[in-house]
Each structure stands twice: as structure tokens, then as C-alpha cells.
Design a protein around this ligand. Structure first.
Ligand code: S3P
Length: 439
């Protein structure tokens, strides 16, 4: 399914952000484990999240859709999870699969984890190794990739662990396993990553301790705690909104207001980086949801300047580098990204995919081991390229945003993956004035 984004003169309007993907996965998982009925509103109905819902149902929870974004989950509570009769299929989702490995590890059940081509190539050793230390067993290919079978245990042992990578998925996997382990599980992060699991576990009644020390963060959870059903309003996704924000910033006439976004310092690196590049970002407090602050954010056309992106921002904008690269292409001067080697193991190798996306559209870019260096075109991005998306939704959306303001249209080879995280992306972009056509 090929799509082409044609240049337009303005990107304007007001939109409500889609539900946050990370919080949507967690609301279904915690609701499915809790005692009682949890109602969720504003759930992101992207493929990744729907797969997590199906998996929780295969493990014994009752998961029903009540209406648009409205879901009801009856958790398994004390009864615990049952061994699934089918393979657990996570599609494209690293988050769903890694978090659920932690969940399965804490029960005396066995499950086979499968996914699409992109997910089957992603490293799972980062969660399987610590889970094995806690007592879970797994069988996988040599590279510790999916498909794989995981056997959990009723008497898992707590672990004190320092993950070698900054990863919220690893932290969350271990906290979920720790919930059913003997003793106190401790995760020592050298750089804080998104903290939605900690916040939401607390919302479901668990005691989770966190202690910050500069950029570092230590989180711990005592095993044997039960979760109590909780209604959740999912806040808007700052990662999805970054595409709308960037479209406004690079447009000759841009003015976009996105309502109901989650404001969380472990997720806002893109907005801080854009501000460093000269963007004007407005934010107004409008309340809270799911233990998170909510804001409305406004974005407008900007004379962007290249910048060296501070490495401290990397974990809080780990999903936003493809769209940041688009801002950098339109900026004047050089943008340098480093310390981001985790991008190599995302839905695809995002360093090489970003470099190709820019090169085929006439932008001068150099690939480095842990990032890239982009020479901005000062507003005049040539475009005209066909971007290979490699099953990566964020590369697909970034390329289409680039096409809204480049000199010639930008095409992508496959738009299907966009539905994993932002099914309404094209409709939202068209509402703002974009011209994205399918072929
Ligand atoms: C996520 C964590 C991040 C992020 C992903 C969502 C989460 O992955 O890239 O899109 O919800 O925990 P890593 O933990 O691999 O950095």
C-alpha cells in the first residue's frame, strides 16, 4: 500500500491527540491481572494495543469493547492466568511482547510468543536473561528472538538488576515479573526511562518505590501484592502528536493546537529539542488522567536552526528521532544526534532507515554508529523520493510529514504499519490540510 504526500501551503487546525500507546498497553495488562472490572476510555485502538488485548483474553481475562476507545476488562485476580490454547501473537509490538514476558514469567504457565517479521528480528535476550535469573525458562533460537516459548513459575525469585540499556520495556517487564516474585525486585536505571508502569501500578493499588539520583533512577516492587481494578482515562500520546507538531513547524503557514496531551518529563524530549532548534511550543495545563498531567499544546511555523541534541534527552525522545530528523532537514545548519544506538534495534534499524529517508529526498546526511549528522536545507528540502519503511510506522509517518513541505512529493512504499500506533494519522493530517494520497 503505497502513499504519496504532496506539498501544501498550510497545516492548520485543532485536534484531540490519540490515546497514548504505552499507557494503553499497560491499562489492558494491569486491568487483566487485577481483581474486579476496570473500564478504560480513550484507549488507542492501534493494532499493537489490540494485540495486547487479545493476548490478555487468551490468558483468561475478559476483554470487551464497549464503544470507540471504551473498553471493559475483567481481571483474573487471585485465580491467576491460565496457559493459553493459542500462540500469543504480538504483531509488530516490542512493548506488548516484552511486558507480557514479565507477566507470564510470574505464573506456572507456558506460552509461545510470536510476531511479525520485524518483531521476530528484535532482541529479546534483554528481558529473557534477567527473567531466567529469576527462575523462568525459555526456548528460542540462538539469537534469543521470537518465536519463543516461555515457562513461568509460581515461585519466581526477586532480582536486583541494572539493565545495560536504557529501556522502559525491560524495566516494566521486570516490575511485572516482580509483582509475583518472592522478595523485592529492584531495577537500577542509569538513565530514567518512561515511568508509566510505576505510575499505573500505583493507581492499581500496588506499592512501587522510586528514587531519583540525578539522571539515574531506582525502582522497586515487593512481590505478592494484588492489583485492584481501576478505571483509566488514557491521556493523549506525545509521540503521535510529534508528527502533527512537526508538520506545523515546517509548514509555510502552520498553526496547530493538539488537545489533551500527556505531559511527562520522561516523554517530552522531542518538544525540548524542537524548542532548542527555535520552535515555539505553547502549553496549557488542563487537568490530569491516569496519574499523568494533561496539557493542550500549540505549534506554529518556525525558522528552525540545526542543533546538537543533548544526549540526556535521548531516552525521553527515543521514538521521536525519525520526526526530529525531518525538522533537522528543514532547518538551517547542522543537527547532530549521538548516544542513540538503541535506535538500531527498534521496529527496524532506525538510524539507517532515517538516513535513507533523507538521502532519497535530496538531504545531505551522514550515518554514525550511534546517530546521524544532518545538513539542513534551510526550508528547501528537494523531496521526490520513495522511502522504504521496513515495517516501521514512525519512518512511514515521518516521510509523509516531510512531503507536506518539500519541493516535490514524498512517497512511502508501504503505509500499512501506520495502523499499529496511529490508525487516524492520515485522517488527522488531511483535517489539518495535508494532501496524502494512496495508490
Ligand atoms: C516503550 C518503551 C520504549 C519505546 C516504545 C514504548 C514502552 O522502548 O521505544 O515505543 O511503552 O515501554 P524501549 O524500552 O526499547 O526503549
Amino acid at each position: 500500500m503505497m502513499w504519496t504526500s504532496h506539498p501544501v501551503n498550510q497545516i492548520t487546525g485543532t485536534l484531540r491527540a490519540p490515546g497514548d500507546k504505552s499507557c494503553s498497553h499497560r491499562a489492558l495488562i494491569l486491568g487483566g491481572l487485577a481483581t474486579g472490572i476496570s473500564e478504560i476510555s480513550g484507549l488507542l485502538e492501534g493494532e499493537d494495543v489490540l494485540n495486547t488485548g487479545r493476548v490478555m483474553a487468551a490468558l483468561g481475562a475478559t476483554v470487551d469493547r464497549l464503544g470507540e476507545g471504551a473498553w471493559r476488562v475483567e481481571g483474573v485476580g487471585k485465580q491467576g492466568l491460565k496457559s493459553p490454547k493459542v500462540d500469543l501473537d504480538f504483531g509488530n509490538s516490542g512493548t506488548g511482547s516484552r511486558l507480557m514476558m514479565g507477566v507470564v514469567a510470574g505464573y506456572p504457565i507456558e506460552a509461545r510468543f510470536v510476531g511479525d517479521e520485524s518483531l521476530s528480528g528484535r532482541p529479546m535476550g534483554r528481558v529473557l536473561d534477567p527473567l531466567a535469573e529469576m527462575g523462568a525458562r525459555f526456548e528460542s533460537s540462538d539469537g534469543k528472538t521470537m518465536p519463543l516459548t516461555l515457562a513461568g513459575k509460581a515461585d519466581l525469585k526477586a532480582i536486583d538488576y541494572q539493565p545495560p540499556h536504557a529501556s522502559a520495556q525491560v524495566k516494566s517487564c521486570l516490575l511485572l515479573a516482580g509483582l509475583n516474585a518472592d522478595g523485592e525486585t529492584v531495577v537500577r536505571e542509569s538513565r530514567i526511562t518512561r515511568d508509566h508502569s510505576e505510575r499505573m501500578l500505583r493507581g492499581f493499588g500496588a506499592e512501587v518505590k522510586s528514587q531519583r539520583d540525578g539522571a539515574a533512577n531506582t525502582v522497586s516492587i515487593r512481590g505478592g501484592q494484588s492489583l485492584i481494578a481501576q478505571d483509566t482515562v488514557v491521556p493523549g500520546d506525545p509521540s503521535s502528536a510529534a508528527f502533527l507538531a512537526a508538520a506545523a513547524m515546517i509548514s509555510p503557514r502552520g498553526g496547530v493546537l493538539v488537545e489533551g496531551l500527556m505531559s511527562n518529563e520522561t516523554r517530552d524530549g522531542f518538544y525540548r529539542a524542537a524548542a532548542l532548534m527555535g520552535a515555539h511550543v505553547g502549553a496549557e495545563d488542563v487537568g490530569d488522567a491516569a496519574g499523568e498531567r494533561l496539557i493542550d499544546m500549540s505549534f506554529e511555523s518556525a525558522d528552525l536552526k540545526g542543533a546538537e541534541i543533548p544526549v540526556e534527552l535521548v531516552p525521553s525522545m527515543i521514538d521521536e528521532f525519525p520526526i526530529l530528523a525531518v525538522l533537522a532537514a528543514f532547518a538551517t545548519g547542522t543537527t547532530v544526534v549521538k548516544g542513540a544506538s538503541e535506535l538500531r534495534v527498534k521496529e527496524t534499524d532506525r538510524i539507517s532507515a532515517v538516513v535513507n529517508m533523507l538521502r532519497v529526498n535530496g538531504v545531505d546526511v551522514e550515518e554514525t554508529e550511534d546517530g546521524f549528522i544532518i545538513q539542513g536545507c534551510g526550508g528547501a528540502v528537494p523531496g521526490g523520493g520513495m522511502v522504504e519503511t521496513h515495517h516501521d510506522h514512525r519512518i512511514a509517518m515521518s516521510a509523509l510529514v516531510m512531503g507536506t513541505a518539500s519541493q516535490k512529493p514524498v512517497s512511502i512504499d508501504d503505509a500499512r504499519m501506520i495502523a499499529t500506533s496511529y490508525p487516524d494519522f492520515r485522517a488527522h493530517m488531511m483535517e489539518l490540510g495535508a494532501d496524502i494520497r494512496g495508490t
